[in-house]
Structures are given as structure tokens and as C-alpha cells.
Write a protein that binds this ligand. Structure first.
Ligand SMILES: [Zn+2]
Length: 108
């Protein structure tokens, strides 16, 4: 399986669909660009580097929860494989794992 280098939004972390013209974008949508701009303005004079990723406590908790859900799904796959689960069951579990891992990619 080939691995692509994906670019992700500098604000929310979601994958960015590259335009056909190939110009690299930093944000997935206009609202992310705007929030990043406001965030940079808010950091002025604080000494915190403007490229810092600052998450609220709730955002950090939610991010950890999404990764925990992905980890649990990965453990379910490992258990199913160890127990000789059938192909259909493995397909269902791996589809869940992929969805949860994708969801865990976003920052906010
Ligand atoms: Zn975004």
C-alpha cells in the first residue's frame, strides 16, 4: 500500500484536498484561515510563538478521547485476530478502526 504525504489544515488538522493547480494551502476552509488569523492576533505580545498549536482544555480532552477510541478499536482488531474471528467480522472491525483513526487526525 502506498503512503501519500497528506497536507493537513494548520488550524483544525483535517486533511486538505489539494487543488489541481498544486498550490499548497495551509487551511482547509476560509473559517479556519480566519480563526488562525484571530489566534495569531491574540498571541501578539505574549511571547508564545505564533505557529504554536494552542488547544483549550476541552479541545485537548476531546482529542485524547478520539485517540483513545481509536486505540480501543485497534485493540478490538487485535483481539479478533487472536481469536480467529471470521473475515466479515474483521472487515467490520477494521472499517471502524479506519473511521476512528481518521476522526482522530483532526485537532479541533
Ligand atoms: Zn481546517
Amino acid at each position: 500500500m502506498s503512503r501519500r504525504v497528506l497536507s493537513s489544515c494548520s488550524w483544525c488538522g483535517r486533511q486538505i484536498a489539494e487543488s489541481e493547480l498544486g498550490r499548497r494551502r495551509r487551511y482547509c476552509r476560509q473559517s479556519c484561515r480566519q480563526r488562525a488569523y484571530e489566534h495569531r492576533k491574540g498571541l501578539e505580545g505574549t511571547g508564545i510563538p505564533e505557529d504554536s498549536v494552542v488547544l483549550s482544555a476541552q479541545e485537548a480532552t476531546d482529542l485524547a478521547d478520539r485517540w483513545f477510541a481509536a486505540r480501543c478499536a485497534a485493540e478490538d482488531v487485535a483481539t479478533a485476530v487472536a481469536e480467529g474471528a471470521d473475515h466479515t467480522e474483521l472487515m467490520r472491525l477494521t472499517a471502524d478502526l479506519v473511521e476512528l483513526a481518521k476522526d482522530a487526525e483532526r485537532l479541533r
